[in-house]
Design a protein around this ligand. Structure first.
Ligand code: WQD
Length: 343
């Protein structure tokens, strides 16, 4: 059974492709390689022994997307990751984010209707909650106005899927990720930020390996136990496994309503300092960091109520923070080895 994975050479996409292949799905990746490397295909094959089928496609282009679906009439379902995802960049280039993230989804939904493909898993985000008034956040926690164009594109895409779901046979599972971190145990795939990382974990591992001088900790004056901001970090392999549960639920026709939503986190929040301490414990590296002012746009604290994902999807995050920080460190060391070999 062929599953189209858009954005499948990306961080979460590549880990999901590995899990799909382990479940014997046939995988087609469509990616424009704007934020990932074609080498990921060989790395996936290095783990599973199967080289995914691949097409370089800009899904925000309607004709290009139609061509992809015409060439692959046997696509059974879709997992849609392909999107621009930097909060900071979206503030500087909002039109790029609206064009890419919205057009890509609309093109895919149109092709699904044309080719009678009924199942899509959509990559959404906990950013739709903004700074929630109640914690942990449930899927019914009110959505707040987005703090960035990126977050707004996720909110609008969820509405597009809902509105389309009322007039089409498309069944959707919208997965709201919390903070995906870590890497596959093989250290053959992981997070590959291009340029200076925005996110915490790659900045930590690049500091520890010597690429960055020190980590800037954005604020220690939050209303949290140690003053630093709290997030629900989830191992990327746990997240990938949740996508298998979601696509199987759709393929088995178990969706109770046309569009279902699931929070994908661990249900536990950790502060920036707690993450640093976990990293130091697991890596044996003393991390150099300096406390700075808060980063504009950051929320103070968020963590998930995962009851629905646990009970309805039958999925539970299994890996703890130490697994996450150790796997991220092993991945960074693997990258350093490749660089030393001139690869
Ligand atoms: C985490 C914490 C920072 C970098 C991400 C994605 C977003 C969405 C949700 C998917 C914050 C602090 C960070 C640094 C720091 N995911 N930090 N120094 O902002 O929660 O958002 O997850 O949709 O797309 O960006 O993640 O890793 O940037 O920050 O102190 O150098 O680490 O202030 O408290 P964030 P992050």
């Amino acid at each position: 059974m062929k599953i189209l994975v858009t954005g499948g050479t990306g961080f979460i996409g590549s880990h999901t492709v590995v899990e799909l292949q382990k479940q014997k799905f046939e995988v087609l990746i469509a990616d424009n390689l704007s934020n990932s490397s074609i080498d990921v295909l060989d790395n996936i094959a290095g783990i599973t022994g199967v080289l995914p089928d691949f097409e370089k496609v800009d899904l925000s282009e309607r004709e290009a997307t139609a061509g992809l679906f015409n060439r692959h009439p046997d696509i059974k379902a879709i997992i849609h990751f392909a999107a621009s995802k930097s909060v900071g960049e979206s503030v500087d280039f909002p039109l790029k984010y609206y064009r890419n993230n919205l057009n890509s989804l609309i093109n895919i939904l149109e092709e699904m209707t044309k080719h009678e493909i009924h199942d899509i898993v959509f990559s959404s985000s906990c950013t739709v909650y903004g700074q929630a008034d109640e914690l942990p956040v449930r899927e019914t926690t009110p959505i707040k106005p987005a703090w960035s164009p990126y977050g707004n594109t996720k909110q609008i895409c969820e509405e597009i899927i809902r509105d389309n779901g009322r007039v089409s046979k498309i069944q959707a599972s919208m997965l709201r990720y919390f903070n995906p971190i870590g890497a596959h145990e093989s250290a053959l795939i992981g997070e590959l930020p291009l340029g200076v990382p925005n996110n915490l974990i790659p900045y930590i591992t690049q500091t520890a390996i010597g690429i960055r001088d020190y980590l800037r900790v954005w604020g220690d004056d939050y209303n949290t136990p140690d003053g630093t901001a709290i997030r629900d970090y989830i191992h990327v392999v746990d997240l990938a496994e949740a996508h298998i549960a979601a696509i199987n639920r759709l393929l088995d026709g178990k969706n109770e309503v046309p569009v279902e939503v699931f929070n994908l986190g661990t249900g536990k929040g950790y502060s920036v300092l707690e993450v640093i301490h976990s990293f130091e414990k697991m890596s044996g590296v003393k991390l150099k960091y300096k406390i700075q002012n808060r980063r504009p746009g950051d929320i103070e604290k968020v963590w998930a109520d995962t009851t629905r994902a646990n009970k309805v999807l039958g999925w539970v995050a299994k890996r703890g923070l130490d697994d996450m920080t150790l796997s991220a460190w092993n991945w960074e060391k693997h990258l350093a080895e490749l660089k030393n070999k001139g690869k």
